[in-house]
Design a protein around this ligand. Sequence first.
Ligand SMILES: [Zn+2]
Length: 620
Amino acid sequence: MRLAMRWLYLVISSGSLLTAQTIRLHVDLTDAPRNIYHAHLQIPVHAGDQAFVFPKWIPGNHRPSGPIGALTGVRMEVGGQPVPWRRDDVDIYEFHVTLPAGVSTLDVSLDAITSQDSAGASGPAASSNLLDLNWNAVVLYPAGTRSDDVTFAPSVTLPAGWKSGTALEVARTSGDEVEFSPVSLTTLVDSPLIAGAHFRKVELLKQGEKPTHVMDLVAESEADLAMTPKDLAAYQKLVAETGALFGARHYRHYDFLLTLSDQVGGHGLEHHESNDSVAGERSLVDPELGMLYGALVPHEFVHSWNGKYRRPSGLATPNYQEPMVGDLLWVYEGLTEYLGDLLAERSGLWTDEQYREALAGTAAALDHRSGRTWRPLVDTARSVQTLRMMGPQWQSWRRSLDYYPEGELIWLEVDSILREQTHGQKSLNDFCRLFHGGESGPPKVAPYNLDDVVRALNDVAPYNWAKLLHERVDATSTHAPLGGIERGGWKLVYNDQPNLFTQVAEKQFKFADFSYSLGFGAAEDGKVDDVIVGSPAYQAGLGPGMQLVAVNGRKWTPEILHAAIKTAQGGNRPIELLVENAQFFKTISVAYYEGGKNPHLERVTGQPDILGDILKPLTP
Ligand SMILES: [Zn+2]
């Protein structure tokens, strides 16, 4: 909906009963290891021309990512007789049928191929041991209806012996068949299901405490499910910290759906009463990986308040065919990124040092985004449809989904200004309570626009917020907004010590980062991902897609190049890179003599440590 609908609450969980208009949906998941789900729908219909649609604009993806290309095996029948269907000439998400007199139910069979679509991310949704079902991939619904007004009675058949987790209410279980209570299409699409041969349910609150918070885990092996007491305590504290931060909860119960796998597509997708997150296979048992994925679950959890309950009006659409407007994604995602990282630290998933290393990495990356000179931040939000699935080539010049990390820097700046203006009496914590709190209860949506954000900030502390946000979001600039770090009593520095996060990410994702020295990143095998415009490597002629073959005459490895950078430091002999560019070889001389450069935060002595105050937990 693009109308300004400030504080118009849409109650979206209908709790409806099974009626004559209910669509029955059964999904046979027994072929999940082959990445194909078989669905059968029984749709109440009337005679004549009708149209059904496949969800196109997917919440949380913020773009037309409904996997229409993966929809296959579509057959329609009435009373066992095939009915021909025809896809719309223009809208490939719409199907037309003409139904005979006397008909009341249309049977639809369809398959979803899930090899390349894991909740809108790349990579498969299932492996030999586990699966992720996003219901939007297996439904059709009557064209022109609101998703709140369509009721589904869903059920699944799981692979033999697998267990499942979802925020949906289980009505009946019989062997591998699970039936759920009827829900609106909105709630169905908002309630994915994970299942696996290796499954564990962890209660995060004490018995009797409400609302319940449960973590449902699936993994590639039983050993990967071994959550440490420290992590358990941190996730319990995460629940307590969100209560203290927001002052209300907008769900009846909450399910953390966590998949531990390197085989399926990595993603985190937020919902009102659950989140569907995929972390590295060993991230519960390997502390380094635990750190790398430490902010994933806090981020997705924050979205229950910021994104699901409070939602930019351009993203609060009546159904999945209506286009979304992404202008305010720097609030939806940027503030969530800020709060998610803070909550990772406040709950103990990260140490203070780890938080600062993550922040330094973010600040450095954005300060080297050459594309910020032509593309304002808001344009990265408006362009989510194209930017989300682009490769890394020329990323720094094109910009990426910068509204996430740059949003984080902007909200840090806002928080530090609030604290400065009120001499530490008020902070962004007060904004969150005001903007995201209110009354606890079942899921609902309270849409907002930019004026509402500015008004709430002014209610916490008067300041020219409109001007500040306009400058940060709508204008181009040469440098990243580092004001929050500086007002916080810290500064961004570079030295040859590795950044903690980059070091672990290089190992996990098999790449080598030379962004802040030579000015490029490459896969471990030497394929260049991105070259920063204006950097020494760029000046020398290196480009994305080129293959590094040798460094100063010796076969390329990341270690050899690190050593060459060290040797060249303070001298005047350029580093010679032999590169292959589509079968042709060339030597590129990079005149760079400043040694290794990795980002860190350094304390500014004599200035108050406001960042330290920001990191303080709100609960004992
Ligand atoms: Zn997010």
